[in-house]
Design a protein around this ligand. Sequence first.
Ligand SMILES: Cc1ncc(COP(=O)(O)O)c(C=O)c1O
Length: 410
Amino acid sequence: MNATRIKRSRDRRQTMSDVIMQTADEVIAATYKRFPIVLEKGQGCSVWDTEGKQYTDFIAGIAVCSLGHAHPRIADAVSNQAKRLVHVSNLYYTIPQTELARMLVEKSFADRVFFCNSGAEANEAAIKLARKYFNDQGRPERFHIVTMEQSFHGRTMATLSATGQDKIKKGFDPVLIGFSFVPFNDIHALQAALDDRTCAVMLEPIQGEGGIRCPDPDYLKRVRQLCDENGILMILDEIQTGMGRTGKLFAHEHSGVAPDIMTLAKALANGLPIGAMLSTEKVSSAFGFGAHATTFGGTPLVTAAALETVKIILSDRIPARAMALGTYFRNALEGLKQKHHSRITQVRGKGLLLGLQLNESADDLVPILMEKGFLVNCVQGHTLRFAPPLIIEKTDIDALVKCLDEILTS
Ligand SMILES: Cc1ncc(COP(=O)(O)O)c(C=O)c1O
């Protein structure tokens, strides 16, 4: 049913947005608490609702549309590929999937890529690969994975079991066995949690959903060391941090160490659904024929979009831009913190993944900012998360910070 038909079928005094929202609330599973606007188009860093109101998008589909909305080159890549070949299954080779994998391998520590459709699926693949790797070595008891408190790895049964937040698991018991949790940044707790049943340590280089929490300067290096000393795998979930957002193509590059397995999703195809699990040859060899599969993984359509996205990220030096604009944004937020020190407690993050922690509810600020034309979101109740398109301009940042200043002054 299109919007016009919905409109005709309802009370004529209602706006089109009212009708869409009412219908959606009746027919879509109620898993998402949505804000009362209906978005219908985007361009660059802006989106528009059905009433014609413009918003500057400081959340980008939660760190997804890094090159902005309706990017002409990505739109062309999708349209051209849609006219050529959309899907054939993984029974056959295709050109865009091969090209994308080759490019990801060339630009990362990895030797091989497994394509899937979402972040949770990429992590699911990583968990399976880590278990299979030790199983193949005759060590089936070695299936335990240590992850971090406050982590977020997805909503499938395995990935919610790996997630270090009780609220995500509530009502879904029994969760999978084989996961234990230690505080992020506590290397001694991690060391104590490892034993000869552990196959991997799994963590985000910056905790996104957990409140934009950064690792201490040498933390990832020490995690890598512990993994090496104990002969276990290091899995990095770069689903939110990857593809340039933190100022490097992959956030772990800031630490100078590489994982054995890395997962990507979100920004990889600038909004088309994709997930990817990258790994070294040694580890990947545990995934032989038939070990894992998914119908839609790496379709020509989605990988054509991802390929164009990666090409633009590299040729336009998007990670360096994210770092420069992120530093500018961060300094502006630090200035706000100095001015409103009784209300702002911390500025955290790297590149254009930033958090502003308040000593009051940040949830309440989100609709106020939306009313004033800025889309942001809130994590962990007290932290505003900013994950704008990486093509954001200084003038957009200035406008948001000015607006925040006015709200916090009032
Ligand atoms: C770090 C991290 N891992 C995994 C996921 C799950 O990804 P998806 O929602 O695509 O399943 C997310 C999503 O927010 C994430 O931020």
